[in-house]
Write a protein that binds this ligand. Structure first.
Ligand SMILES: [Zn+2]
Length: 388
């Protein structure tokens, strides 16, 4: 599991000698029936990186790391459940290993001044995780769901007022007992809804999936806070009394995956439409870089085939796709980047910009594989005068 702060740390890492090593292993994809190929490919990648380092001497302190990675690659096999990423720089004593959801575009290795982060774009974004809350009239259970994991987190319980249950119902008429049950159910729904609001407010959950029966939904839904409702990805028909972890994983994942696709397609449509009207959309690397520097970007759309070299100023951090020796802004020396996306991803995470990875979309490919949804346009910041 890799956290946002891990990626931020990786994004900040620099190695002047150019021996920062990034290794990704993607186990077999469903299309690839051969279990061995991916593991063999991974070993070949490491061996050829070793040859490369021996041949031209560049990044030669990466040799020890490559030997260690080769050893690990030899233990990998194509049918394992998780993908793997290793970031290393023996020159600075840096070594991080992560298990990842098996959703990378492929295995790869790179030796450079910065870590190669673009493959991580596939597993970033707000639609990576959700809280699944199963609720019936007396019980509620919460699960944490990510694209590659599910775990039960808590049972949500009301603090019942102390009331001697033993001397309770005997003297009540049937109607009274019924009203009492209704009242307890309403109280329970309120407590669950309140807990969800708290999870949202504290930043513990940004997305929700509710599991309940249809008749329960009609009773429970009115209690949900408006912004919890806005972040409701969908509903599954599971009861907390009987649901298994596997059911939560399977059905929750279906909702989460669909929500991811809807979200990326929705934002893309908006960006393309807005860009045409000169509004809150930017497309193409030139416009996106400018918007990032003026702080306009709300969400960054990154196509799966985006790849562009660039330069980064060592002084002011200005990013450019013109390959000069000095910064266009401050004139100080720049550093060459083999893939500008590595820095863009770190930059976006630092600024709290949502990263949306878009797979195989011709519309985004046509405008240069990259786009951004803007909060505002810095060149149009005079409010429109309303007529009349
Ligand atoms: Zn500069």
């Amino acid at each position: 599991m890799i956290r946002r702060q891990d990626i931020r740390e990786l994004a900040q890492f620099e190695c002047g000698e150019g021996s920062a090593l990034s290794f990704y292993f993607q186990p077999r994809t469903p299309l690839n029936k051969s279990h061995r190929e991916e593991a063999i490919l991974a070993k070949d990648l490491v061996r050829s990186a070793l040859r490369e380092v021996d041949k031209n001497g560049k990044g030669k302190s990466a040799r020890a790391d490559l030997d260690r990675i080769l050893e690990i690659a030899e233990s990998l096999h194509g049918n394992q459940a998780r993908a793997k990423a290793i970031f290393a720089c023996s020159q600075q004593g840096f070594w991080r290993e992560f298990d990842l959801p098996p959703r990378l575009a492929g295995s790869s290795i790179s030796v450079n001044q910065r870590f190669h982060l673009r493959p991580l774009a596939a597993i970033l974004g707000s639609m990576y995780r959700a809280a699944v809350v199963l609720v019936n009239r007396t019980q509620a259970r919460r699960f944490g769901l990510t694209l590659d994991d599910v775990a039960e987190r808590e049972e949500i319980k009301a603090e019942l007022p102390r009331r001697g249950r033993s001397d309770g119902f005997a003297g009540y008429d049937a109607g009274h007992a019924q009203r009492h049950v209704e009242h307890e159910a309403m109280h329970h729904f309120k407590v669950v809804a309140e807990r969800m609001k708290e999870l949202y407010d504290t930043g513990m959950s940004g997305n929700f999936i509710v599991g309940c029966r249809d008749e329960t939904w009609a009773e429970f839904e009115p209690h949900l806070h408006s912004y919890v409702r806005q972040h409701l990805l969908g509903r599954v028909a599971l009861d907390p009394a009987t649901a298994t972890l596997e059911q939560v994983r399977e059905q929750g994942l279906r909702v989460l995956t669909e929500a991811r696709v809807n979200r990326s397609e929705g934002v893309l449509r908006e960006v393309l439409g807005q860009a045409q009207r000169n509004g809150r959309g930017a497309v193409g690397l030139r416009r996106v870089l400018r918007s990032l520097e003026t702080g306009e970007v709300q969400a960054l759309l990154l196509g799966d085939k985006f790849e562009a070299p660039g330069v980064e100023c060592t002084n002011c951090g200005h990013l450019d796709f013109h390959m000069g020796d000095s910064c266009a802004v401050c004139g100080q020396p720049v550093r060459q980047l083999s893939d500008i996306a590595d820095v863009l991803i770190g930059d976006a995470l630092r600024k709290g910009i949502e990263i949306i990875y878009v797979e195989q979309n011709a519309d985004l490919e046509n405008v240069g594989h990259i786009g951004a949804l803007l909060r505002f346009r810095s060149d149009q910041n005079t409010p429109m005068k309303q007529a009349g």
